[in-house]
Design a protein around this ligand. Structure first.
Ligand code: FES
Ligand code: FES
Length: 176
């Protein structure tokens, strides 16, 4: 038995420990948003997050995720369970063409933004270099990541401003 968490839900699975995580997600848990491309860590189509870091699930034995948190494209979301800023940006920039590589691209991009809120072009190239897009949407992917980064920092700025405003109001009420 191997127990781990997927998108916030605990799972306990009776499985060959060497079975790749990709096939456990797709066949045993029905999470088919994660795709099979090469099976050799060469294309990025199978990318998921393991404790927040992007990993290739086709070469990750399920035994390696015991006790850890796996996030798949089905679990990617923004605040209050709305779309993640990257998903908004993906739509705005019309990134997907055939769509096959897209869940892997999004999971790599989300791991990057969680680590670096304002990535440079070099950061983006480094984080995304293992995610191949046969439709050649690299320019749009980079633009969408930048746009999501800008939106997220604006949201953080507004949240901080709101908190400050509320604190001021509370202070005024308590002194008044
Ligand atoms: S299917 Fe895993 S990297 Fe290609
Ligand atoms: S959108 Fe077709 S492979 Fe990337």
């Amino acid at each position: 038995m191997i127990s781990f968490s997927v998108n916030g839900t605990s799972q306990m699975i009776d499985v060959d420990p060497s079975k790749p995580l990709l096939w456990v997600l797709r066949e045993q848990l029905g999470l088919t948003g994660t795709k099979f491309g090469c099976g050799m860590a060469q294309c990025g189509a199978c990318t998921v997050q393991l404790d927040g870091r992007a990993v290739r699930s086709c070469v990750t034995p399920v035994s390696a995720v015991a006790g850890k948190e796996v996030t798949t494209i089905e679990g990617l979301k923004g605040e209050n369970a709305t779309l993640h800023p990257l998903q908004h940006a993906w739509i705005e920039h019309q990134v997907p063409q055939c769509g096959y590589c897209q869940s892997g691209q999004l999971m790599s991009a989300a791991a990057l933004l969680a680590e670096k809120a304002n990535p440079s072009d070099d950061d983006i190239d480094r984080a995304m270099q293992g995610n191949i897009c046969r439709c050649g949407m690299y320019g749009r992917i980079r633009a969408a990541i930048k746009s999501a980064a800008a939106t997220s920092s604006t949201a953080l700025f507004y949240n901080a401003a709101q908190v400050q405003e509320q604190e001021q109001e509370q202070e005024e009420t308590s002194h008044g």
